[in-house]
Design a protein around this ligand. Sequence first.
Ligand code: F6R
Length: 244
Amino acid sequence: MYLEIYKDYETLSLHVADEIIALVKRKPSAVLCLAAGDTPRLTYALLARKAHDERMDFSQCTFIGLDEWVGIPPTNEGSCHFFLKHHLFEPLHILSDQIHLFDSLSENIQQECIKMDAVIRGRVGGIDLMVVGVGLNGHIGFNEPGVKMDSYSHVIQLDATTQAVGQKYFHQPTKIEFGITLGLQHLMNSRKVILMASGTKKAEVIRKAMEDSIGAEMPASIIRNHPLGMVLLDEDAASLMKRN
Ligand code: F6R
């Protein structure tokens, strides 16, 4: 695992955007799995700006969805789908046949998991880069504490922290009891993973994920087992780690 601490959120976001750009320049057919949420918001804005300025072509890339709230439609501003569409797919001119997201409205939600696993394993030949955030409870995607470490796509009951914190994405109180998510085994199988965190509110969970033992109670800790796992933080998120 590789750890880098940047002075602030802007610098961190710039470096993550540069990582994505470097990959796509090196491998135009890259398979990307990019999280939704507040953390990568600026990364995607910078990515979109640079992609435009440098006339980059993302038309051969594939995008894999990391997770979704079960039962929340893509038109809802709090859905991951909505976020990715507005912050990534539209600015980068990504076409629908390049995108594989969970259909969280599906009547057969288990089938969605099987479908996603098959797409990743077979059709697109594995994920080249995952960019993930971390929840206040240590989740990655919706891999909540206690999750099976070798899981692939699954539906999971969201814990109380995730249900409460998740309200920030919605204009009005919304029932978000279950999530559908890639599993931690997808993360381990991904050729490269960037976990990014910013702000003092993430400092305690980062300290635990980086310094306590690796295990299911702190899903983010698994990145320490990934040979090409990168943990990119700003000073605030790193502020409770021992080196300080
Ligand atoms: C979102 C996702 C979540 C978030 C995490 C941090 O697709 O997978 O695991 O990355 O909850 O959220 P923010 O970045 O809003 O603090």
